[in-house]
Design a protein around this ligand. Structure first.
Ligand code: FAD
Length: 533
């Protein structure tokens, strides 16, 4: 490698941001000219990922935002459509490129892309520099520290991290000076040719209905708003957040982390600062930093597990004979199960592209081990298409969790599609918002409208079985039967079932249980005190 400054293409894939972007910073520091490029290779993207309309909108908005922010700093974003290999080949020649920089990613399809670019580099004579920007750690270090394999429980994972120490600090935000040190790309004046396409160009509806607006600017705005509320941040306890609040009861930042519009390292350290100023703060697995560590955990396991997004050939996943039932799957997908709680969640997913973690629990359990006994892979694909935060590692990891195929072991606990939502929203406001057809039902019936007398249905202006479906299963019978099936599978595949087992891992139950028992203890004490006085 020569010491001459490079002529560099910085290739954005995720990492659509200018704060804490170590790879772009390294590109600027080693180059005389940097071309910031996003190759919109629809064929590649669509073969690797199932992207639905809302996700496309979010991506295009994020590109536009990046374009604006780079322009403000005297540079630009060149969005080029086409097959990534030919686009790169053409532009490496045209611009006399000596270096391509890109973030390291762990997904097999992105790894393959990096490999292809390296081969191209060897042929055409350019260097490839890839640095970690999307996770807190270089997950390869975690694997090394664990003897070359992924730690399969969160507890073990935290232990490895305690040996590794804190993640690297975020790098400084990029400024106009960073860009001025290099020549601007000569294409700067031809911005028009390189704009992000409009939704219509991709045959998408013009406007997205989602309340989530893509891009680093919006992500940072939301992040700052949350961080102002230091008490909330310090005491954040995931199991106490509410799945059916009308606005997110958690941060709602996942879509921004997913595309790298926000840096997890920056967020991690901002949280550390708040924790340092608080007398008490919550801890993993239930704290906010604990949530980021769950993300890291799934990235680590996914990076070294073959067929992580599949059941067959996946060594940590129970092999289950799930039913194949297109009709039932479709009812679940299209919010037609007849259980308002489940259907309201699926409607929110369709309309907004985001649902709360516990809402994800509810619909995932219902589809798999709870009621329908349909494969988690089917559910994962639907989430992949619809969720703005859809993510290779986190999506598959959580679907395996919820279906008790890996990680989760308290499989006898099945969520009830009637009682679950009632706990936090007895009036059913959430259901009324997303299923307006049920809006006039009295609260008493809103979670199980089929139990309402005919007169009440008439008064509500909604006849069950006609205007809204009857429940597609008898929950009690279905869940009892499925529980027996699951018991049998786990006995037969005891070895696999034990691989990822650690009861202390459960973030939704253990933390809460501990606190509840502490609360009960206190209450007990208070009660005793009262008796005593
Ligand atoms: P917060 O509670 O505010 O957490 C902050 C951040 O921590 C999140 O933005 C996310 O990056 C990370 N995080 C939180 N919970 C988890 C978790 N359980 N596992 C890993 N990381 C977590 N999350 C995704 O980002 N992409 C997915 O594709 C995805 N699929 C899921 C599928 C199922 C079946 C389930 C049960 C959960 C899934 N999750 C997924 C995890 C989780 O539900 C979301 O990350 C979370 O609800 C996002 O909301 P938030 O940003 O308000 O989270």
């Amino acid at each position: 490698m020569s010491n001459m400054p490079h002529r560099t293409i910085h290739l954005f894939r995720k990492g659509l941001r200018l704060h804490d972007n170590p790879t772009l910073l390294a590109a600027l520091e080693s180059s005389e000219v940097v071309y910031p490029v996003y190759i919109l290779d629809r064929k590649f993207l669509m073969s690797a990922i199932n992207i639905g309309t809302l996700r496309w909108h979010f991506l295009l908005q994020s590109l536009e935002d990046l374009q604006r922010n780079l322009t403000k700093l005297g540079s630009c974003l060149l969005v080029i459509q086409g097959d990534y290999e030919s686009v790169l080949r053409d532009h490496v020649q045209k611009w006399n490129i000596t270096q391509v920089t890109l973030d390291t990613e762990i997904e097999p399809f992105y790894k393959e892309m990096e490999q292809t670019i390296k081969v191209l580099g060897a042929k055409m004579g350019f260097d490839v520099l890839s640095l970690v920007g999307h996770t807190l750690y270089d997950v390869r270090r975690i694997l090394d520290m664990n003897g070359g394999t992924p730690p399969l429980t969160y507890k073990r994972f935290l232990h490895i991290l305690s040996v590794l120490g804190d993640p690297d600090m975020p790098v400084r935000n990029l400024t106009a000076e960073d860009f001025q040190r290099c020549q601007p790309p000569p294409e700067l004046g031809q911005g028009e040719r390189y704009l992000a396409p409009h939704p219509e160009d991709l045959d998408l509806p013009q406007e997205s209905q989602s309340p989530w607006q893509g891009g680093e600017t919006e992500g940072l705005k939301r992040l700052e708003q949350h961080l102002k509320n230091q008490g909330w941040v310090a005491n954040f306890t995931k199991p106490k957040t509410v799945p059916n609040s009308l606005l997110p009861s958690t941060t709602g930042l996942s879509p921004y982390f997913s595309l790298g519009c926000l840096s997890v390292r920056s967020f991690f350290y901002r949280l550390s600062n708040i924790y340092a100023q608080s007398k008490n703060h919550s801890l993993p697995p239930v704290s906010l930093q604990g949530q980021l560590l769950w993300r890291e955990f799934f990235y680590t396991v996914a990076s070294a597990t073959p067929n992580f997004t599949k059941m067959v050939g996946n060594p940590i996943c129970l092999q289950i004979n799930w039913y194949q039932d297109e009709e039932r799957l479709n009812k679940w997908r299209m919010a037609q199960t007849g259980f308002p709680w489940i259907d309201a969640i699926m409607t929110q997913l369709h309309q907004e592209g985001w649902i709360h973690h516990l809402a994800r629990h509810a619909v995932a359990c219902f589809l798999t081990r709870g009621d329908l006994w349909i494969s988690w892979e089917e559910g994962m694909k639907v989430f992949e298409e619809m969720l703005l935060d859809a993510d290779y590692s986190i999506n598959a990891g959580n679907w395996m969790w919820l279906s008790a195929s890996a990680f989760f072991h308290q499989y006898t606990r099945i969520f009830c599609p009637v009682r679950f939502g009632k706990r936090t929203d007895p009036e059913g406001q959430y259901i009324r918002k997303y299923l307006p057809v049920l809006t006039n039902f009295p609260s008493k019936y809103i979670y199980e409208p089929w139990t309402a007398p005919e007169e009440a249905q008439k008064q509500a202006g909604c006849i069950i079985g006609q205007d809204y479906p009857l429940p597609m299963v008898n929950h009690k019978e279905a869940s009892d039967r499925n529980l027996q099936l699951m018991k049998q599978v786990r006995e037969e595949q005891y070895g696999t079932a034990q691989l990822t087992r650690d009861d202390t891992d459960d973030p939704m139950e253990m933390g809460l249980k501990r606190e509840l028992s502490e609360e009960n203890l206190k209450k007990g004490k208070r009660a005793r005190n009262r008796e005593e006085t």
